[in-house]
Write a new protein. Structure first.
Length: 189
């Protein structure tokens, strides 16, 4: 660090996210990018929107929303809201927008009311979700096993009724199939 120019040294002191590596390069701790020891390169990077967004993310305190918004177990790059059961991007603007939104505020009011009453909080999405057995019984629909049984009985292929065989005399004269001239020749032969 002693052999660096004074202006570069002062720049590194102003921006603690940059460290000098053993290979005489400068590494950004926010995104692990390496830069040459050039003040112009570093200034160009710090003036960009990518650096500003990374710095805002690093400085943002997510723990202030922690009892209800936690790190997601299924999507590691996201946060999860326990009140609304929603995944939120790990971006400060997205978290603030979610927390100031109507859905979150309503869920928070319901949660606080449940805490006052000593009742367990159930999110709205889970209240609206119908159980498969309850939904089938209440609406008169057939359950899965009933549908499978009916499919086995009715294979979907037309079969003639068993009441009349091929030898039986039917009331159908098949006059609609053959023209009058052909019918008379069939009867004669």
């Amino acid at each position: 660090m002693e052999d660096l120019p004074e202006d570069l040294r002062s720049f590194l002191q102003k921006h603690p996210c940059f460290q000098l590596t053993d290979s005489k390069k400068i590494r950004c701790s926010l995104n692990a990018h390496e830069f040459p020891c050039s003040l112009a390169e570093l200034q160009r990077f710090t003036a960009g929107s990518k650096y500003k967004n990374l710095r805002a993310q690093a400085e943002f305190d997510y723990s202030q929303y922690e009892p209800h918004i936690v790190s997601s177990t299924k999507q590691p790059d996201h946060l999860f809201c326990k009140l609304t059961l929603r995944h939120i991007n790990r971006v400060p603007q997205h978290v603030v927008r979610h927390v100031s939104g109507r859905r979150y505020r309503r869920a928070l009011e319901q949660y606080e009311e449940c805490v006052r009453q000593g009742v367990e909080f159930v999110p709205v999405q889970l209240k609206q979700k119908k159980r498969p057995k309850e939904a089938a019984g209440s609406e008169g629909r057939a359950t899965g096993s009933e549908r499978r049984a009916s499919r086995k009985q009715d294979s979907g292929v037309w079969t003639p009724s068993t009441s009349g065989g091929e030898d039986s005399d039917s009331s159908d004269s098949m006059s609609d199939l053959y023209p009058r001239q052909c019918r008379s020749s069939l009867i004669m032969s």
